[in-house]
Design a protein around this ligand. Structure first.
Ligand code: ZN
Length: 242
């Protein structure tokens, strides 16, 4: 069984299409939030995924901000500008879909949350200590998160009181267990200095996880962002992956 795990698409349809093509036939798609924000194609990304069989998604902080469900004062000026452009662009159907997204989902032995299981929409899991605390906030074997835009695995070790952080190499098949928190990286705005779109394939029968990277036409996305008057820094960062 192959489940496509994606996160932080950020309205980048060209990256999303490259990921869907590269993943090929899958038995389900689980999205870890931030469908919109930063990028030029919010409605197109939502409808592309919404139409797919067995697609499930949770809410990210940019999705919540676009729906005015959270205060955007904590976002920097450029992020707020991008959110305003997104708010202006969203269709009624996209709004209805985004407002329907739950903060957490569970499928079998997997919990899905955008930031962390403790604070689903906001918390960044960036170190082993914070990850260790978060293992108390979900009951399944595995938790898949996004939000940092960095592919990573946190696995429990040593009688379950220490956590090992590792960064999966692309195409490396990882056997999961007994408990782990994993991040597939970002489809639409990678931040690990590798501009290729990032995603993972999870096999719930074998409990394996494989990270993948795929090239896409970054300059075409940058051109659409420029046309929409999006912040220059957000346009530049796509090419360098930060
Ligand atoms: Zn994000």
């Amino acid at each position: 069984m192959r489940i496509l795990i994606i996160s932080d698409i950020h309205a980048n349809l060209t990256a999303l299409d490259a990921v869907l093509a590269s993943a090929g036939d899958v038995d389900g798609i689980w999205c870890l939030g931030d469908l919109v924000g930063y990028g030029p194609d919010p409605n197109e990304c939502i409808s592309r995924l919404h139409d797919r069989n067995n697609f499930s998604c949770i809410m990210g902080n940019h999705d919540a901000a676009a729906m005015e469900l959270i205060d955007t004062q904590s976002f920097n000026l450029e992020a707020r500008r991008a959110i305003e452009i997104t708010q202006h662009a969203l269709s009624d159907a996209s709004r209805a879909y985004l407002s329907s997204l739950p903060e957490k989902l569970t499928f079998g032995q997997v919990t899905l949350s955008h930031g962390s299981p403790r604070h689903p929409v906001w918390e960044y899991l960036l170190d082993a200590h914070t990850a260790l605390i978060n293992f108390d906030y979900f009951k399944t074997d595995f938790c898949f998160v996004g939000h940092t835009h960095l592919p990573v695995q946190y696995s429990l070790h040593d009688g379950w009181d220490s956590v090992r952080l590792s960064v999966p190499r692309p195409e490396q098949v990882i056997s999961l267990g007994p408990r782990a928190i994993l991040n597939p990286g970002s489809v639409g705005q990678p931040r690990d200095r590798n501009p290729r779109a990032s995603f993972a394939i999870f096999d719930p029968d074998r409990n394996t996880w494989t990270n993948h990277r795929v090239v896409y036409d970054i300059s075409s996305v940058q051109e659409r962002m420029e046309t929409l008057g999006m912040p220059a820094r957000h346009i530049q960062r796509l090419a360098a992956g930060w």
